[in-house]
Ligand binder design. Structure first.
Ligand code: AMP
Ligand code: MG
Length: 443
């Protein structure tokens, strides 16, 4: 096995004029891995908190959850029907008639015995009586004496020995892991923990993520726009994106494009946070200026990534104070509003999950059929905003939403997915299958 090559953000390989998206992702994952193993982030990322189930959604499980019980805790019926002892079954196609001696409900077991030639009416989830090993579902039976309802009859070949019975410990044995560490807890996990009688889970502490917007043209909401200024929208998209991951957000507001303000804002934000995400100020015109500041604060590379949107991006670590060994992971995202969301999806989201101990960091992809041709140049990865829906033939189809400019947030707002067109892919024809990342559960 070959060991993966190590890259620092300033590695010449990563500073080529067009860095492959996969190469950038690899370098990010590697640096995050290094940070975790160094454990240099403030407040020690390994910190574990205990939370009650109602607080646990979207947190990341820190230790395997071992089941304290067998599931199911006892043999029980998987169907509504009649429980009986399979000794009465032969190979013939002959009907069997059994006498009904009682009824067992879920939560209300039958206490008596079930003898030879007898059976028990049983509901789904009800405990199997000790004398019985098989359940014949209700729909395969007939009443043999409709007047009294005391005899039931069925064909022997409708059921085999042991069928329709759930065995104790069949789903999970006591002491075995029900949920593994690193799990991003979903509703079903909370239900699963509760079904085991577990009301408290150990989770990793929330990551502290600082965000800031940089640009002289940016104005906060509530202020009038003067000539050439625009509202700062990126912070709100980022707050929305981060809230989906249940993190602690430190909003550091808008910072002007002057070296002193930028430097002090970066230091203040980095000192408080595990991760700093800024937007703006990394495009060709401004990168040199930001670069100078970053050189003083840490090890940050300025990348030109072969992707659209989102070409320029800065990435690395900040060491805001020389005295401590606190390191802050830094993402300098491009300023264009759509590029912010795309680079977050492609690079930041998985890094945050990885840093917080999640084992599954990649979103699920699906595929759909292009409803119309899509223009695409080989040599870069594209994330086109699109609407995925079910076509008239029932197959999933996808259609690009209007203009794809990196500044047009409406294309994102109207879309429900990205169509991902990979580095080497060229034009897409109507009817081609393309990869799709749905926003639901992702952004
Ligand atoms: P920059 O990367 O700073 O060159 O910005 C690229 C484009 O994105 C420019 O048109 C900026 O005005 C715009 N932009 C930068 N930051 C923001 C922001 N926080 N909200 C909205 N637009 C922004
Ligand atoms: Mg700018």
């Amino acid at each position: 096995m070959t060991t993966p090559q190590k890259h620092s953000p300033n590695d010449p390989i990563l500073l080529t004029s067009s860095l492959h998206v996969d190469e950038a992702r690899k370098a990010i994952a590697q640096l995050v891995d290094d940070l975790i193993s160094e454990s240099r982030l403030r407040n020690d990322l390994g910190d574990v908190q205990t939370v009650t189930l109602d607080q646990a959604i979207n947190r990341i499980l820190a230790e395997d959850l071992l089941s304290p019980i067998d599931v199911p805790a006892a043999d029980n019926s998987a169907m509504d029907g009649f429980a009986f002892n399979s000794d009465c079954l032969g190979n013939e196609d002959k009907p069997v008639t059994l006498k009904i001696v009682g009824t067992a409900y879920a939560g209300k077991p039958y206490e008596g015995r079930v003898g030879k030639g007898e059976c028990l009416k049983i509901m789904t989830g009800a405990l199997m009586p000790q004398d019985c090993d098989t359940v014949i579902p209700q729909e395969f039976t007939e009443q043999a004496d409709p007047a009294n309802n005391l005899l039931v009859t069925f064909k022997q070949n409708q059921v085999k020995r042991g069928e329709n019975r759930r065995l104790r410990g069949e789903d999970l044995q006591s002491g075995k892991a029900a949920i593994h560490a690193g799990r991003l807890l979903r509703p079903s996990d909370l239900g699963l923990a509760a079904s085991l009688g577990v009301g408290i889970l150990k989770v990793h502490r929330k990551l502290k993520v600082a965000i800031l917007s940089s640009g002289d043209e940016l104005r906060p909401l509530g202020q009038d726009l003067d000539a050439g200024s625009i509202y700062d929208s990126n912070r709100y998209s980022l707050i929305g994106l981060l809230n989906r991951l249940d993190l602690e957000i430190i909003d550091c507001g808008i910072v002007r494009d002057d070296p002193a303000s930028l430097k002090s804002a970066f230091i203040a934000a980095a000192e408080k946070a595990d991760v700093l995400i800024s937007s703006g100020g990394v495009s060709v015109g401004e990168a040199d200026f930001t670069k100078q500041i970053m050189q003083e604060l840490g090890d940050v590379g300025f990348w030109k990534i072969a992707m659209r949107p989102g070409r320029p991006m800065a990435f690395g670590v900040l060491k805001p104070t020389h005295s401590s060994n606190h390191k802050t992971l830094f993402f300098g995202l491009p300023g264009n509003p759509v590029a912010v969301m795309v680079t977050f999806y492609q690079f930041v989201r998985s890094a945050l999950l990885q840093l917080n101990g999640a084992s599954q960091t990649e979103p699920c992809l699906t595929q759909a059929i292009a409803q119309a041709p899509i223009r695409k140049k080989p040599g870069r990865t594209e994330f086109q905003r699109a609407i995925m829906e079910r076509g008239s033939d029932g197959k999933p189809t996808v259609k690009i939403t209007g203009s794809q400019g990196a500044g047009i947030l409406r294309s994102m707002s109207e879309a429900n997915c990205f169509v991902i067109l990979y580095h080497d892919q060229g034009n897409i024809a109507t009817g081609d299958w393309v990869d799709v990342a749905l926003f639901d559960g992702l952004l």
